[in-house]
Design a protein around this ligand. Structure first.
Ligand code: AMP
Ligand code: GLY
Length: 433
């Protein structure tokens, strides 16, 4: 099978790396890809993966490319092309593609849609309201004593959430999003949620139009600095499993979310073929959904795929063609930890083009895989090209061992300005001992 993967971050490197192991895969392209993706080889014939310089948002060019190369299956990584309707466009042109269509992708592209859907179908979530007028928004925020999350309705590069601890912060946040349009058109409407307290985890389920198969738990680290301090980022590291739920508890949590979600989708004629990724807060009153994403998490993918025993191509193919009820997902017992190495200044402004040293040394450590995110090859050297540069991932017999392998490898890699959190997986490790 010939496969095109869309995207060029750490998540897409993990997808390409895992798909490349599939015996049924004979050629793979990635648009636009990155330096690490271009080094992967297919297990079936030793061919390298080909990076194609087409942006993940250039839908017509991507479709043209898939037609020209007779691609059998396109796999979409990021949220933007899904929200722009890449799946609908490809299907209309007779091309097979994996990912939710534009209507199903609203679970991520519209927080108002998601919040209303959760209340229609009894999915446990925060107390919330959707507003486009300031007085009503302020009145609702006041009923929460100002302790709330103010969220732009649309996609805002993961930055459209303002957490407020009192009324004046909440009023300012409402003004910033609705009046000053801090997030542009994405903030034409806002969702205000009560502030929830508890441990936050990531869930994933692979879905087709009738079946949702849950993954194990994982946990992201969204703040830039140790101890969950500093600015929000795309994610500074992950680990899986996150040992805050027993298997039986996880099954109950998944049932309480995915059961009514799937029933609601069927009742409303939404056919969701892809990954549903709920962000969940484990509160004293039980698990509550903070938001839905309609794609693999980044860097959650970097810890899930090294643990997945199934052939990923078969799983994605089954999801795209409503055959998931025949699939049984199998996971390695070995935990995985991913430490993100970021450019100096990230998540603020940062310089690019810094030469990266030590990648080969890091790969010598057993159980380690370095996924590239913002990297490029220039004159035979691998250089930094983005804020999140690498995701150093390790598996090991225990969470603690996986973490020490990941940091051992991370410390062998050098580039000017490199920074990372030193406490990835700490919460999980203190829970396990
Ligand atoms: P979201 O993009 O909706 O997941 O929000 C980004 C981050 O903001 C989440 O990962 C949480 O850490 C935090 N957050 C969002 N909504 C809430 C809420 N209702 N209560 C507490 N924290 C929240
Ligand atoms: N791990 C955060 C995200 O993918 O949105």
């Amino acid at each position: 099978m010939k496969v095109l993967v869309i995207g060029g971050g750490g998540r897409e490197h993990a997808l390409v790396w895992k798909l490349a192991q599939s015996p049924g895969l004979t050629r793979m392209w990635c648009a636009p890809g990155n330096a690490g993706i271009g080094l992967e080889r297919l297990a079936s014939n030793g061919e390298t993966v080909r990076c194609v310089p087409i942006s993940a948002e250039d839908l017509p060019k991507l479709a043209e490319f898939a037609i020209k190369e007779a691609v059998d299956l396109t796999v979409v990584g990021p949220d933007n092309p899904l929200a722009l309707g890449i799946v609908d466009l490809f299907l209309a042109r007779g091309l097979r593609i994996w990912g939710p269509n534009q209507s199903a992708a609203r679970f991520e592209s519209s927080k108002a849609f998601s919040q209303d859907f959760m209340s229609r179908h009894g999915i446990p979530t925060a107390q919330a309201g959707t507003f486009s007028e300031i007085p009503a928004a302020r009145a609702f925020a006041s009923t929460l004593g100002g302790r709330c999350a103010v969220k732009a309705d649309g996609l805002a590069l993961g930055k459209g959430v303002l957490l407020c601890s009192n009324e004046s912060e909440a009023f300012r946040a409402i003004d910033d999003v609705l009046v000053k349009q801090a997030f542009g058109k994405a903030g034409g409407k806002i969702v205000i949620q009560e502030m929830l307290e508890g441990m936050e985890i990531s869930l994933h389920a692979i879905c087709d139009a009738r079946t949702a198969l849950p993954f194990p738990t994982s946990q992201d680290h969204k703040r830039a600095l140790d101890g969950d301090q500093g600015l929000n980022t795309g994610g500074m590291g992950t680990y899986s499993p996150a040992p805050f739920l027993t298997d039986a508890e996880l099954a109950r949590v998944c049932e309480s979310i995915l059961g009514p979600w799937m029933k609601g989708c069927i009742a409303e004629g939404i056919q969701f073929r892809g990954i549903l990724y709920p962000g969940v807060m484990l509160t004293r009153q039980g698990p509550k959904v903070l938001e839905f994403n309609a794609r693999f998490g980044d860097p959650e993918t970097q810890v899930y795929l090294p643990r997945l025993k199934n052939d990923l191509l078969e799983v994605l193919d089954a999801s795209a063609s409503d055959r998931l009820s025949n699939v049984h997902l199998e996971w390695s017992d070995q935990p995985a930890v991913c430490v993100v190495l970021a450019s100096g200044g990230y998540p603020g402004s940062y310089e690019k083009g810094k030469t990266i040293f030590g990648l080969e040394d890091a790969h010598q450590i057993p159980g380690v895989k370095v996924f590239h995110a913002g990297t490029a090859e220039v004159d035979g050297k691998i250089v930094t090209q983005g804020g999140r540069v690498l995701g150093v991932t390790a598996t090991g017999p225990t969470l603690s061992k996986a973490r020490s392998l990941a940091y051992q490898a991370a410390d062998l890699i050098r580039f000017e300005g490199k920074h990372c959190r030193r406490d990835i997986a700490s919460k999980g490790i203190s829970q396990s001992v």
